[in-house]
Design a protein. Structure first.
Lengths: 1027, 456
């Protein structure tokens, strides 16, 4: 085809025919109307905006009307704002902890009127701003849904019916009056009384009902120590010891860092001499005990000793020290010298197969540090041991360590076992007209052999004053609900010159009264109901009339009173009770009981549940045992060799028989236990303790003797392998301890680095020599401004788990229950890792608090697909809960395994959702998100506290300082082992620690650049450092 | 010993069947009413699927806490199954894409079925990342989408790479499979007498008329898609292996993982294809199309990849020792001697020892023997993933946080359910679509290609 002729293309036949219409269309590019000006009037009345608004509104209505997913019920604002409350700001009130008879001072943090956290009162001389596990957890009990809300009356069918206070008071007062008229006894059962005003109430009660008698007791008291003391010095209870002055400490079956005495004071003053900055003044701690205790695992040297051998051991030491010091006459009486002469140390050592070189070193240490050493026996040991210990301290000239400035005060005398036997006998004989359990639970605490509950059936009126149902309340005729400590008034005095005050921080949640008010009302005999502040007035009146005049305060009483209330305590000068002349008698140095060749059972208190009164506290049940890491149970701890000879392993049931008494309990093979000893903690196996505490563990009460030769806590028993097994659950050690394959991995991997004091003195940088700074091929991000970091001094950390409790309370951490812990789903953000090295017989224990390390190169962050975990400009590894979809990749990739995942809706999962019931929601810290299921969580370095400090700094127009923030764990740590602050501030303590010769990071070789520095532990062993 | 002429390719389809008989052989089972055996089979697989659905429902209601996962083992059966199923899928793509590009004509008999398996396996696999999350209703967060919070996904996370890798793999595989099906759908459309089927097949065949131009475009598209799919064979399992290799956990943090995972995937995929085809060729009476030679070739690939996997097992140990990294060394000793040693040795025996039997031609060509070995290989490969995921996590850096993983009944239920889903989909597939590519097989029948008078 020729290209010269232009080809003509046509679109239609009309186009081909050159129709004019087509021509016009072609010339007009746009169709008619398209180019016209737009006219608003022509538009639809529904604009685009209106349309979108309607669309979204209808979608919102549709969504909202179909679900109550986020409906949290009615929210009512303050009608009139209370004067002292600023919404969003916490108020702190000083009060007193009543968890045990130490009566530490506390500061209760309240938010919008709700107590949410408890910490120590820094002004209090005993606990100095610190609080133990149980104190920390006491806030949970306030909101426990199981608390009784009204008086309960036992019906004829045995069940309880609710009733009114009027009815209760009327019934009880008439019963009491009748009993008093008949001359029958009214038994008032209380715990040890440490409140002078409560003492006065009791006295008033007894004055009104003269046939009444008080039975005060503690399951574990220092009765034997006090008795020995009174015998030896003629006056005054056991002394307050100046632990900080002791260079050598010998602790005999005395868990002074966990369960014995004023624990927080002891931790503080003992760890004071474990200061890495003052290595020349390290104390040396010796422990001789049967079961590995928290104190034992922190000892420099530990001697395994059956409880029955303690007496001989102390006598041997006295013998040896006397010889060394050439004290020919310890006492003018030859009988005493003869009594000691029976125990040459070498014989004692040989008989009990003790490590001779260690005992030698111990004697050297005691002798060379005489006057600066202390020997201390635990309260489970019998009186003769305490007497011998007093003598040993005398021989060593250690009496200077008994604090001359204060002495202990007691407001009740302890009921002895004879008293109880007599009481039960009288109950059986119908001589007891009424029993009042004043916040005490004898039906659980007394040995089962005594058959208290059975005898109680013969008592016409039993009244139990309690917060929750317990073993004693179920056998009562009337149960009266009492206030929680945070709803109560009170005063306490445990030492001369120190009053501690208790004030309520919240109105009673239910129709409850405080126990003092109830007794006071009955003592008054008044027929009109008391008002809520009756005891408040009584307390104040007593102070005005008795305390205020004795103080000789220059200010008016109301100012004096309010100042004391504000401080929570009153310190004044008061003359301590003087120590009398030391006397010793050979008769007191005779052992009342000798071990037979059977097994010896030692019953010890539990750190977490105490004497069982905290068994209903889910936090405490779930905080691992400081040594074994077992949760939700007690067990029979036996030595590995003993287990082998019994043919049992972990979880196997053993059968313990002591006469008619019997207990079947699972075995836990505890390294470090003395051979042929069985160590069991009391406080478990509660039979009536609500859904949380009932049947958790095993009740040692069935094994406790009524007939006591010397001490009820130590007795011989036959132990055989029982049938079956029982699953004990621990948060650690899912592998055999003596497996060569896994042995000492924590040392090989340099997770734990430690050395001796001598090594440190010779080569201060010995820890640094094993370190290497990993090379980085990428640019390291510089942080300017504040960068948060933590340092943990392993010389101070004893592993008491107070930090764990504080963290749980601060950060709304749920209770998951034994089954979930067994699966490996515990939720605590901080844990204390405990590693054993050495032999299973004599393990060397290392503790290490482990929490999120807030790594600069956090391996969790780069694997999160949705960037839910990320890094803040101030160096925090953050979690955005709302963004988290829950792939768990971060947790897998965390080398420290500190992340915690909400596998289920843990708020609602445990014990049929008991902790999802009201009023539990009031417990939550409003500054911390409550996490839902499917969300990852972990330690935040208490970011809510950082943000609060930031806000305060902004209000004050300054930059935030590292010292402004105290994390919950740091605040709780009784040894001040945790340091937190700004590492970019060269003056801060934390940057000093980071640069310290003993500082190291865990797993630093993988270059994640953690921001928690650990200070290597120094051990002060006599083999390495004879001084 | 007889002389073998290697210059002549042995016939792919045995016995020179007429082309129409191939149509009949492949299409007849689709046209016929399902047999009793089929109903029994689908009843079984449907039950398995329901078990999985019930387990999943429990998981959705109460949370992943119903599974055995814990601290420190945050991943259990969920990710084990995910990696296992992704691996199963690999044989399909390898057969259909790589062997296509390499002009392996024997692939035609098995390619369709293997591709279908790929798609179903990836569907099973894709389920797990979606359900393993703690809050599956927020899975959408894993996709990048613009939102008013300015939130974006974290591109450094291998899980994000997974999302893209698996979804790309699924898309490409599905398109590839569908494109290959078009001519066959047209054949089905032309043959069917059912009105409904006619409509369905008409739509599915996209107006295919077997015209020359159609074939030209088809061949080109198929080639391009094969080119697309080929890198995916390598990339998908490489990226899946990054989930582990990119982490810092000893036993995961290993550079050998990508090739090792790919080899393992091909290994398990071929074992599964071989297992399934043994049944199909028997039931469908197409033993002349899927011949014993096919099966033997697959067995040869299995012994090859099996040895690659075995090499990787050995090399892991060597490097663990050679690196001098004590944590790494420990993990491998722990695998062989620790509490999960039984799983490790199951893996080694199934994956390395049993495939060695394929050195013997008799076993290579014995259907019962190869079936058993194939099953064992899949058992072994499942345990391989179990060993990698679980043993590494259960004992990592800090001995204080070691744990133990025990699957719950819901874990097992979901595993059964995933097999139920897989078999149900396969059963529906064999009843509704040609299991062998009719058009491609016709092309490799002896004499089907134009010949130039018998000489080249």
């Amino acid at each position: 085809m020729s290209r010269t002729e232009e080809t003509r293309y046509w679109r239609s036949l009309r186009d081909l025919a050159d129709h004019p219409e087509v021509a016009q269309l072609k010339s007009n590019e746009f169709l008619a109307g398209v180019t016209d000006e737009s006219d608003v009037a022509d538009l639809s009345p529904v604009s685009r905006r209106t349309f979108l608004a309607l669309l979204s509104a209808s979608a919102a209505f549709a969504a909202a009307s179909c679900t109550n997913y986020r409906d949290k019920g009615e929210v009512v604002p303050y009608n009139k704002q209370p004067e002292e409350i600023t919404i969003g700001k916490a108020n702190y009130y000083a009060s007193t902890c009543t968890g045990c008879s130490a009566n530490c001072g506390i500061l209760i943090k309240t938010r919008e009127g709700r107590p949410v956290k408890v910490d120590g009162n820094p002004d209090h001389p005993v606990n100095a701003g610190k609080l133990c596990v149980r104190g920390q957890a006491s806030v949970l009990d306030l909101y426990d849904p199981q608390r009784l809300r009204t008086p309960q009356f036992k019906g004829s069918g045995g069940g309880f019916a609710e009733g009114s206070w009027e009815e209760a008071d009327r019934t009880i007062m008439s019963q009491l009056a009748k009993t008093a008229a008949e001359g029958k006894e009214i038994a008032l059962v209380t715990h040890t009384v440490t409140s002078p005003t409560f003492r006065k109430v009791l006295d008033a009660f007894m004055a009104r009902y003269p046939s009444s008698r008080t039975y005060s007791y503690e399951l574990f008291s220092d009765r034997f120590r006090s008795n020995a003391w009174i015998r030896s010095y003629g006056s005054n209870g056991a002394p307050v010891i100046r632990w900080e002055a002791a260079r050598t400490l010998l602790l005999l079956e005395a868990d002074v860092l966990a369960t014995e005495g004023d624990v927080l004071e002891q931790i503080r003053s003992i760890t004071k001499n474990r200061d890495m900055n003052d290595p020349r003044h390290f104390s040396r701690i010796w422990v001789a005990e049967a079961g590995l205790s928290l104190t034992g695992m922190n000892a420099d040297h530990r001697i395994r000793l059956k409880p029955g051998a303690q007496f001989e051991f102390v006598m041997g030491l006295i013998h040896e020290v006397a010889q060394r010091r050439k004290l020919s006459a310890i006492s003018p009486e030859t009988s005493v010298v003869e009594a000691i002469g029976q125990y040459p140390l070498a014989q004692v050592v040989a008989r009990h197969r003790l490590p001779a070189h260690l005992v030698e070193g111990l004697v050297n240490g005691l002798v060379s540090h005489r006057g600066e050493s202390i020997v201390f026996a635990g309260s489970t040991l019998p009186e003769e041991v305490h007497t011998a210990v007093i003598l040993l301290n005398e021989v060593l000239g250690n009496t200077g360590l008994y604090d001359q400035r204060v002495s202990r005060v007691q407001y009740s005398s302890e009921a002895t076992m004879e008293d109880w036997v007599l009481l039960v006998q009288k109950m059986r004989e119908g001589k007891i007209g009424a029993i009042v359990h004043v916040d005490a639970n004898p039906a659980y605490h007394l040995p089962q052999e005594l058959r208290y509950a059975e005898a109680a059936q013969r008592v016409p009126a039993i009244v139990t004053l309690t917060q929750r149902e317990n073993e004693s309340s179920v056998i009562s005729t009337i149960v009266l609900p009492i206030n929680h400590a945070f709803e109560s008034w009170g005063d306490f005095k445990t030492r001369t010159g120190q009053f501690s005050l208790q004030q309520p921080v919240i109105e009673p949640l239910y129709a409850t009264r405080q126990k003092e008010a109830i007794l006071l009302h009955w003592a008054s005999g008044s027929t009109t109901q008391p008002d809520a502040s009756s005891y408040h007035r009584y307390l104040k009146k007593r102070w005005e009339e008795e305390v205020y005049p004795s103080i000789k305060s220059p200010v008016a009483f109301s100012r004096f009173w309010h100042a004391a209330l504000h401080d929570g305590l009153l310190l004044h000068s008061e003359k301590p009770i003087a120590r009398g002349q030391f006397i010793i008698n050979a008769d007191w140095l005779q052992p009342l009981w000798r071990e037979t060749d059977q097994f010896t059972v030692l019953v010890r208190p539990s750190q977490n549940v105490g004497d069982g009164r905290y068994a209903e506290n889910g936090w405490l049940q779930e905080i691992p045992h400081p040594v074994s890491k077992v949760v939700w149970d007690n067990y029979a701890a036996v030595a590995p060799q003993t287990a082998k000879s019994l043919g049992v392993e972990n979880n196997d049931i053993i059968d313990i028989r002591a006469g008619e008494r019997r207990l079947q309990i699972p075995v836990f093979v505890q390294p470090g236990t003395a051979e042929d000893a069985v160590v069991i903690e009391h406080g478990y196996g509660r039979r009536t303790a609500g859904p949380v505490g009932t049947d958790v563990g095993f009740d040692v009460g069935s094994l406790m003797p009524v007939e006591i030769r010397s001490t009820p806590y130590i007795f011989s028993a036959a132990v055989t392998k029982g049938s079956g097994s029982y699953e004990l659950v621990s948060t650690q050690e899912h592998h055999a301890l003596d497996d060569a394959f896994v042995k000492d991995l924590h040392l090989k991997r340099k997770i734990i680095r430690e050395g001796s004091v001598a090594q440190y003195l010779n080569t201060p940088d010995f820890i640094q020599k094993g370190r290497h700074e990993p090379e980085s091929i990428t640019k390291i991000l510089e942080y300017d401004g504040v960068k948060w970091a933590m340092a943990i001094d392993l010389n101070k950390c004893i592993g008491c788990t107070a930090c764990v409790a504080s963290c749980v309370a601060e950060n709304n951490i749920p209770v998951v229950g034994k089954e979930q812990v067994e699966l490996g789903r515990e939720m605590q953000w901080i844990r204390i890792d405990r590693y054993y090295s050495g032999t299973p017989e004599d393990p060397v224990v290392s503790n290490q608090p482990m929490l999120c390390q807030h790594c600069d190169h956090a391996p969790c962050e780069n694997v999160c697909p949705v960037a839910a975990t990320n890094h803040s400009p101030d160096g925090l590894n953050q979690m955005a809960y709302n963004r988290c979809v829950g792939t768990r990749y971060c947790s897998n990739n965390c080398p420290y395994k500190v992340r915690r995942f909400n596998f289920l809706d843990f708020r609602n999962d445990f014990a049929d959702g008991i902790y999802a019931e009201e009023p539990m929601s009031a417990l939550y810290n409003p500054e911390v998100t409550v996490r839902s299921r499917g969300v990852m969580e972990k330690c935040t370095f208490c970011i809510q506290r950082i943000m609060e400090a930031r806000q305060v700094a902004a209000e004050e127009g300054r930059e935030i300082r590292g010292s402004d923030v105290v994390t919950a764990c740091q605040q709780a740590c009784p040894a001040d082992a945790i340091v937190f602050g700004d590492m970019n501030d060269p003056q801060s303590k934390v940057s000093h620690y980071r640069a310290h010769n003993l500082g190291y990071h865990v797993l630093e070789e993988i270059n994640v650049r953690p921001n928690v520095t650990y200070m290597a532990k120094l051990r002060n062993r006599q083999t390495e450092n004879p001084a | 010993m007889s002389f073998v002429d290697y210059s002549v390719e042995p016939p792919v389809v045995e016995g020179k069947p007429p082309l129409s008989s191939i149509d009949d052989a492949i299409i007849k089972p689709i046209d016929a009413k399902p047999t009793k055996a089929w109903f029994v089979a689908i009843a079984v697989s449907g039950t398995m699927l329901l078990i999985g659905a019930a387990s999943l429902a429990v998981t959705f209601i109460f949370g992943v806490g119903m599974w055995g996962v814990n601290q420190p083992v945050g991943w259990g059966f969920d990710i084990v199954n995910f990696v296992f199923w992704v691996g199963i899928g690999h044989a399909g793509t390898l057969i259909s894409a790589i062997l296509f590009l390499l002009r392996q004509r024997w692939r035609t008999g098995i390619a369709r079925f293997a591709e279908a398996m790929t798609i179903f396996a990836v569907m099973c696999a894709g389920l797990f990342p979606l359900i393993h999350t703690g809050r599956p209703w927020l899975d959408g967060y894993l996709m990048p989408y613009p939102n008013q919070h300015g939130l974006w996904i974290n591109f450094t996370s291998p899980l994000v790479w997974d999302v893209f890798a698996v979804s790309t793999y699924f898309t490409v595989s599905a398109i590839f499979w569908y494109v290959g099906l078009i001519p066959d759908f047209a054949t089905l459309r032309d043959r069917t007498v059912s009105r409904i089927k006619k409509i369905v097949y008409s739509i599915l065949s996209l107006g295919w008329r077997h015209s020359n131009r159609h074939w030209q475009h088809y061949e080109m598209a198929y080639l391009i898609l094969a080119g697309f799919a080929t890198p995916l064979v390598l990339s998908v399992h490489t990226i899946v292996s990054f989930d582990f290799a990119v982490s810092i956990i000893p036993g995961w943090h290993t550079t050998i993982f990508p090739p090792y995972f790919v080899a393992g995937a091909v290994f398990s995929g071929f074992a599964m294809v071989q297992n399934m085809l043994i049944g199909i060729r028997k039931i469908y009476a197409i033993e002349h199309i899927i011949t014993i030679d096919h099966l033997e070739k697959m067995n040869k690939i299995m012994i090859t990849t099996g040895m690659m996997v075995g090499y990787a097992y050995g090399m892991e140990f060597f490097i663990a020792w050679y690196s001098g990294n004590s944590a790494e060394t420990f993990v491998f000793f722990n695998r062989a001697l620790g509490p999960y040693a039984w799983a490790y040795w199951t893996m080694v025996i199934c994956n390395v020892v049993f495939p060695q039997l394929f050195w013997f031609k008799k076993i290579r060509r014995s259907i019962p023997a190869m079936f058993v070995i194939g099953v064992l290989v899949n058992v072994g490969m499942w345990f391989e993933r179990f060993v990698i995921v679980v043993t590494s996590l259960s004992r990592d850096y800090l001995p204080s946080s070691w744990g133990f993983y025990v699957p719950s009944i819901y874990d097992i239920g979901i595993l059964i359910g995933s097999f139920g889903l897989f078999f149900t989909l396969l059963l529906l597939f064999v009843k509704s679509m040609p299991v062998v590519s009719i058009s491609e097989v016709k092309g490799v029948v002896e004499g089907a290609q134009p010949s130039h008078g018998g000489s080249h």
